[in-house]
Design a binder for this molecule. Structure first.
Ligand SMILES: Cc1ncc(COP(=O)(O)O)c(C=O)c1O
Length: 404
């Protein structure tokens, strides 16, 4: 049998490394997993307590609202005003999604169809590439190179930003039909690249002029280091005309398994997703929505603490790698470190190098090529083990990579 959408998918390269990890662990090896970006920090107590309490109430066992309870949407509006100074109408400009991955995928169905085109950076979080493809659209990929080290909260890599807009312009000019959608995500997974509000303003101006919709996946909204605060695209002037943003509770609130995120911004786009989702689901389990509401309203400091944890893990990793001869620019956001394969090992591609790391060093990383062709030659460390384990990972790398 041929399942057209599925059979055209390339093999998921992360599975290769994951299988090696499972085999090594079965043989008794203590593999340190810095591969999958699955947060290890427990969710806030207040979320767990509210979930339990609400789950005891049978009223909450029925179907809920796909777009989210009114109080939940109000809590999101409150957070956007507090954190970004952005005013959102909870009725029209906010909808709940079952994680940002679900929201993004279905949003692509809304925005794109066969014959349309979308501009997507490479490397990217895989669903940014496959979401438009599943919707039948063509991709125009633009390169996302790694960024130089940004030292302060306000430092800007001007060259990086200019290169991005040159590539964007070229992707727009080449071919027909003209792209309808631009996908961006900063702080960026996997490269850790960060941008400032003037970058977001340029994106908004670009898209407004060309009647494009820009989708900003803001999964790492709370993950800015060295005092850097990631901007929301909705802070840019005119953004409400062309931009939507996905804000997730997965990373900042460490609520990955809860599947709770929001699409916010342009009314028409948000309402189009509301309409599609009203056909597809009945929303998240109501106790989850209630717990998320209380958490957003009351646990303001939680993301700050989570961010500090990732920041010090980043320092331990970057300093450790530097000591063993693998120097990498320190990222100012996200929960990843994006590293070029060290010179003496460059004859290996990313999958081969990561396989080598599992078998020789007991360290599992993600091969850059899993994030699109632009990621070949790189590996991604996810900061999802504690500092002691990261120290151990560095020691393992030191022993297992003698050519460093
Ligand atoms: C850029 C990006 N978007 C979305 C997600 C998934 O977020 P959620 O759990 O809200 O679906 C991730 C998770 O790693 C991510 O890196």
């Amino acid at each position: 049998m041929d399942f057209r959408r599925i059979s055209s998918l390339p093999p998921y390269v992360f599975t290769i490394i994951n299988n090696l990890k499972i085999t090594a662990r079965r043989e008794g090896d203590d593999v340190i997993d810095l591969g999958f970006g699955n947060p290890d920090i427990p969710s806030p107590d207040i979320a767990v307590e509210k979930l339990v309490e609400a789950a005891h109430n049978p009223k909450n066992h029925r179907y809920s609202l796909s777009r989210g309870l009114p109080k939940l949407r109000e809590a999101v509006a409150g957070m956007y005003l507090r954190k970004f100074g952005v005013t959102l109408d909870p009725e029209l400009q906010i909808t709940n999604t079952i994680g940002s991955k679900e929201g993004f995928s279905h949003l692509m169905w809304v925005l794109l169809e066969s014959g349309d085109a979308a501009i997507v950076p490479s490397p990217s979080y895989p669903i940014h590439i496959f979401g438009p493809l599943f919707a039948g659209a063509d991709l125009r990929q633009i390169p996302m190179r790694s960024q130089r080290r940004l030292l302060s909260a306000t430092d800007v890599d001007v060259e990086y930003q200019d290169e991005f807009f040159d590539s964007l312009q070229k992707a727009w000019e080449v071919g027909w039909p003209k792209p309808r959608v631009l996908v961006i995500s900063f702080p960026h997974n996997p490269t850790g690249a960060t941008v400032d509000l003037s970058f977001m303003q340029r994106v908004v101006d670009f898209c407004r002029e060309r009647e494009m919709i820009v989708v900003h996946d803001f999964a790492y909204a709370d993950m800015g280091f060295n005092g850097y605060e990631p901007p929301s695209i909705l802070q840019a002037e005119g953004a409400m005309e062309c931009a939507v943003e996905l804000y997730s509770m997965t990373k900042g609130y460490s609520m990955a398994g809860w599947r709770c995120a929001f699409l916010v911004g342009n009314t028409e786009v948000v309402q189009a997703l509301v309409k599609l989702k009203s056909y597809l689901d009945y929303g998240s389990f109501q106790p989850i929505q209630i717990a998320a509401t209380v958490t957003l309203n009351e646990a303001h400091d939680f993301p700050v603490e989570v961010c500090k944890t990732y920041e010090s893990r980043r320092d331990v990793l970057i300093d450790g790698l530097d000591r063993i001869g693998w120097s990498i620019p320190s990222p100012r956001g996200s929960m990843f470190v994006w590293a070029p394969i060290p010179e003496p090992y460059r004859e290996m591609n990313a999958v081969e190098f990561c396989s080598h790391l599992v078998t020789e060093c007991n360290v599992a990383l993600s091969p850059g090529s899993g994030f699109g062709p632009g990621g070949e030659g790189y590996v991604r460390f996810a900061l999802i083990e504690n500092e002691q384990r990261i120290h151990q990972a560095v020691r393992n790398l030191d022993h297992g990579l003698p050519k460093l």
